[in-house]
Design a protein. Structure first.
Length: 389
């Protein structure tokens, strides 16, 4: 169990230092931003919390004072929670409200730390085994100390969860909205840590041994700190990550459209503005061109598209019509029409009831994202039918 607890501390510490170093790399362009320095202070306190935690687990005392590392870890954790509240206010709250509530949190955090120091000294914390500050061991003053500390951690989790939801609905900044959502998840996970830790303390005080379930608090703590570190740095890496995800979605669509585009291109080579190539260096442009060329090739096939072709390929993937969505059935119908039209064009036979006029089943082609999604469904259905060659 100690190995797992130590590993959780290491994970939390590494994520904290990684977030701090990542933010420090931006000091040149952000050195005049007060919110940036508030964030740096928050991350420094986060690192100190887990540094003192690691020291507490590694030895009986710090600077010759018993359990000093535990006390400093708890004081740093309280200051860290206060700093996290302040950075959240700096990000999202109006300036006057941010100043007013910042003062309240600073005063509250200072009072909590004074109370913790007083309880630690009254409980003769320097002379007790370090295990007493893990469970309380039935000592009333130590028990009060630990419960006061857990309350100081749980309260910010509740307020951060509530405030992040409000601020995310208010802001138009997508990057900030993502950061607030991540912080909201972190607040939930860290509140679960507080709950599990409180259960550990109270069950030990009552004389119950819950065994391996004691580790739940450590797991929630490590997971919460990792998520929190991601949230506090999201404004820097979030936009790049979003662009990467968007590129990945575009690339998947570009590849998925290839079988349909290939057969239409072979049937009507003039639809291509430039010779086909494998490069995806300008993916947005190439995806737009592929969509336009598929539409042009589809339009060239109108005299050969049979109006009477309906859903003949729906069973090709083993699904009944009722199991498929209406849009999927339409996609299979269009794919079947395209395939038959390509065969008809190759054979030089024109169906009597053809689609030589009108739009593409009233599809809105002004919305490019919706257009790509629709053509991707048609291309996927087309691939399941096989090529027309």
């Amino acid at each position: 169990m100690n190995t797992i607890r130590t590993l959780c501390f290491v994970i939390a510490a590494l994520s904290s230092y990684a977030a701090l170093i990542y933010r420090l790399c931006q000091v040149r362009r952000s050195r005049h931003d007060s919110a940036y320095w508030t964030l740096i202070s928050t991350l420094v306190l986060q690192c100190l919390t887990f540094t003192f935690g690691a020291i507490a687990m590694g030895g009986p005392g710090l600077l010759g004072v018993g359990n000093l590392a535990i006390l400093l870890m708890h004081l740093s954790a309280v200051a860290y929670c206060v700093a996290a509240e302040i950075i959240l206010l700096r990000w999202a709250a109006p300036e006057e409200e941010a100043r007013r509530r910042t003062r309240w949190w600073v005063i509250t955090g200072s009072a909590l730390n004074v109370a913790l120091v007083a309880l630690f000294l009254l409980a003769d914390g320097t002379s007790r085994p370090s295990s007493d500050f893990d469970t309380g061991s039935g000592q009333p003053l130590v028990l009060v100390y630990l419960l006061a500390f857990m309350a100081s951690q749980a309260l910010p989790c509740v307020t951060i969860f509530r405030q992040c939801g409000e601020y995310a609905r208010m802001t138009d900044n997508e990057s900030l909205r993502q950061a607030l959502r991540v912080l909201r998840v972190a607040a939930v996970v860290l509140f679960l840590y507080c709950t599990c830790r409180t259960v550990n303390i109270l069950t030990a005080a009552a004389g119950f041994d819950i065994g391996v379930w004691k580790l739940a608090s450590n797991l929630f703590s490590a997971a919460g700190i990792v998520i929190l570190s991601l949230g506090l740095t999201n404004s820097s890496w979030g936009p790049a990550a979003s662009r990467l995800l968007a590129w990945g979605r575009s690339y998947r669509s570009y590849r998925a459209l290839y079988p349909l585009w290939r057969d239409l291109y072979e049937s009507s080579p003039d639809i291509a503005l430039e010779p086909p190539g494998a490069s995806v260096s300008d993916l947005d442009y190439r995806l737009h061109r592929r969509v336009v060329e598929i539409r042009d090739g589809w339009r060239d096939l109108r005299p050969f598209i049979d109006r009477t072709t309906v859903g003949g390929a729906q069973g090709s993937d083993g699904a009944s019509g009722r199991e498929q969505s209406e849009e999927s059935r339409q996609a299979f119908t269009e794919a079947a029409r395209i395939k038959r039209a390509l065969l008809a064009k190759q054979a030089g036979t024109m169906p009597h009831d053809n689609k030589d006029a009108g739009d593409f089943d009233d599809r809105d082609t002004d919305n490019f994202t919706a257009e790509v999604a629709w053509l991707t469904k048609v291309a996927a259905a087309y691939s399941k039918l096989g090529t027309a060659s």
